[in-house]
Design a protein around this ligand. Sequence first.
Ligand code: MSP
Length: 524
Amino acid sequence: MKKYYLTTAIDYANGAPHIGHAYEKIQTDVLARHFRQRYDDVYFLTGTDEHGIKIQKTAAAQGMTPKELCDLNAGKFRECWDDLDISYNQFIRTTDEQHEAIVQKIFKKLQDNGDIYKHSYTGLYCAGCESFLNPRDLTEDGLCPDHQKKPEEVKEENYFFKLSKYKDRIIEHIKNNPEFIQPEFRANEVLNQLEHIEDISVSRSKESVSWGIPVPGDDSQIIYVWIDALSNYITALGYDSENPAEKFNKYWPADVQVIGKDILKFHAIYWPAFLMALDLPLPKTIFAHGWITIDQTKMSKSIGNVIAPKDVMDSFELSHPDAFRYFMMVTAPAGRDGNYSDLDFKERVNADLANNIGNLLNRTLNMQVKYFAGEIKPEFITSADDDIAKEAVKTVEAVKARFDKFEVAEAAQEIVNFSNVVNKYVNDTAPWSLAKEEKMSECAKVLYNVLESMRFIAALLAPYTPNISQDIYEQLNRTEKASDVRLDDLKWGEIPAGVLTEKSKIKPVFLRLDSEIAGAAKKG
Ligand code: MSP
């Protein structure tokens, strides 16, 4: 049994999900769905991060208890992921009782190992980052560069973790394991940060932060929210230092942990140090994705340009999330920033999903019905030596290789490139002319090649567009589900002889988003 364990960052439950959060969850979902087509046992974890000063302050401002605020927003995140067909196996909340109890055990273990000590401290805390900042990292005006806010000066006696003790081991691990930080260009950034690493405060006094998990044996201190949050990746599996659950033994270490570039330091420095201190193996890969902007502008509440996935779904009257999922996945190369605009969205999905792929299927099925009454004769089935067949098999390998490097946009491009090849093949061979010239066998073989190619395309695209791929499979009269196809079993020549389809069963798999039909245009 080959297992594959993937995680996303857990989102702060102080607000509702936006398309930036969605970008990460869709990306991890596409990876999970692809690896389910290759491995026996894929486990996909996501959830919400529910403690800390940020949540405490937001709740107070909204006249709610922190738990009420978290319940409300965790519900919104789950609903949003359902709308986007995110196929997670588990949704963890850091207010779950099991999580809280295990975090205390983890803290205790770090203390027992001598990795934690008490220390009086003055520092600059940014609530947005939930982190102390080094004065060196502030802007010229003394602001947090990510949140553009002045950090608060904090003077406290806290518990400290001996992060510096693990510095050399982490550096060595990064250098010896090039797959550990992906994309590779991010590794240097982490190595530079490691140069300046110091021990970190891992608790706050209860007076300054009351909403969190108490330090075991010292109720006056609350465990630092990043220790609490990072632990979710193992508490979800039932990690317990004395008696780890079966799930933990089965899935840990994670195969890939997907996060945004802004929280790489926590995942590539703090997290490995905690794991080393717990004597646990490190995840194979931390993959840092880029950020999504809207019309080239950073999304922010103050600018008022925050878009929720539902806004896009509603304004374009989408009946399923596939077009949105697809666009988000192709808008940026692996690890780089991407942008959303209504116009780019419409143009890209029209070009790839409606014109390139949808039309190809539609016109081929129509020709099959028109020239052959939808029937495939045994002698029309083409061999795996055919050029198009070879190209299809090559595409499967290329897509797998891309996914092995978490190159989700690049993998989609491999599929679209193949679809371009097939479109060109149809135009070059012109089956309509072959039919006119009564070269029926040649015509039938061309159509067969295209239909088989469509079967490959739908299976490869299923992680991005599960609904459209399933629709293609149904129109190809398949009984298996597109998402369940094992890529190793994807063999050429499996559309059998017999009646494939009839006129009434043919329909477009994706309707162009025209300004006439887009709700946004109608409303505005
Ligand atoms: N709670 C922490 C993560 C703890 S993980 C142990 C956190 N939460 S967050 O809500 O601020 O962000 C959650 C994830 O969404 C992060 O990986 C972050 O990079 C990502 N994104 C938030 N805004 C984003 C964009 N505009 N674009 C892409 N991803 C973005 O950080």
